[in-house]
Design a protein around this ligand. Structure first.
Ligand code: HSE
Length: 302
């Protein structure tokens, strides 16, 4: 029996659309027991309990099978029990976590035929978003891309003491739908705007330049378009900007927002943020302090 634990991920980091991601301390954990025969059962508790499908439609199971197919492994029986603190369809990489757990478990059950680079490629092809999948694999702040089926990545430590608050609304948004909201073409001015910010952002993280990081957290590729679908986004952005408190980003394709703050989170800022969401029509916003984690997928054998 073994357990696979995978962290949540926040993809894009504002200007880094489809290429940057950061791991957060929310987790998908699956306990796997090999069984005789070929039957696979999976049960799930925690976030997504009423929505995550059982059996072959389960993304974890599909990822296990993807590895087995690639390895030409005929398969085995398996009893899997999963639990999660990663909200589903909120832009926190819940499906990437399931896929990374699945390819990892599938590889172990098949006798470890593949090294990490193959698993990373298979997971990225299956899930579709390297900016979620790669941080989930390796942890930390990650810049990545897939080119002709080869995955490239650079991992950096993130700021040790940056205040991060996730704002998780009760409604969900589909990534597919949120991708359709984006333009097909961008002006050269907007492209250069994002290129300059992303270069500065990665450099600032690498050099621990916190103000450089704050300056670079601006985007013209996805946030202006997706922001319209995320209640309170523009108002929170204006509040943080005008008060000089920090920056807000859309986590993945939303609707979760992440606040990066210059000052420690306190009750008066919390009150203002709650007021903004309430006025925008979100009665129940979950505000949670999170930390980044430096490790990605972990396996514990028992
Ligand atoms: N980069 C992807 C997007 C991440 O924003 O559509 C999806 O989680």
């Amino acid at each position: 029996m073994f357990e696979v634990c995978v962290p949540a991920t926040s993809a894009n980091l504002s200007c880094g659309f489809d290429v940057l991601g950061l791991t957060l301390d929310l987790f998908y954990i699956v306990q796997v027991e090999e069984r005789e025969g070929f039957d696979i059962t999976i049960s799930h508790v925690g976030e997504g309990e009423s929505e995550i499908p059982q059996g072959e439609k389960n993304i974890f199971v599909q990822a296990v099978r993807t590895v087995w197919k690639e390895a030409k492994f005929s398969g085995t029986g398996m009893k899997a029990k999963s639990r999660s603190t990663i909200p589903v369809k909120r832009g926190l990489g819940s499906s990437a976590a399931c896929v990374v757990a699945g390819v990892t478990a599938g590889n172990i059950l098949a006798g470890n035929p593949f090294k990490d680079d193959v698993l990373m490629r298979l997971a990225t092809l299956l899930e579709g978003h390297p900016d979620n999948v790669m941080p989930a694999f390796v942890g930390g702040f990650v810049a990545t891309f897939l080119d002709r089926e080869k995955i490239y990545f650079k991992k950096y430590d993130f700021f040790s003491d940056l205040e991060m608050i996730v704002c998780i609304p009760p409604y969900q948004l589909s990534t597919g739908k949120m991708r359709k909201m984006l333009p097909q073409c961008y002006s050269r001015r907007d492209v250069v705007f994002n290129l300059s910010r992303i270069a500065h952002l990665v450099g600032s993280v690498a050099m621990c330049d916190r103000e450089g990081f704050f300056a670079a957290l601006e985007d013209r590729v996805h946030e202006p378009y997706r922001g319209k679908w995320i209640k309170g986004y523009f108002e929170v952005k204006e509040f943080l900007d005008t008060q000089g408190l920090g920056k807000v980003i859309i986590s993945g394709s939303g609707p979760t927002l992440i606040l990066f703050l210059r000052l420690p989170w306190n009750s008066s800022v919390e009150k203002e943020i709650r007021k903004i969401f309430y006025a925008a029509g979100v009665d129940e916003i979950q505000l949670k302090k999170v930390s980044w984690v430096n490790t990605g997928v972990k396996v514990v054998v028992s």
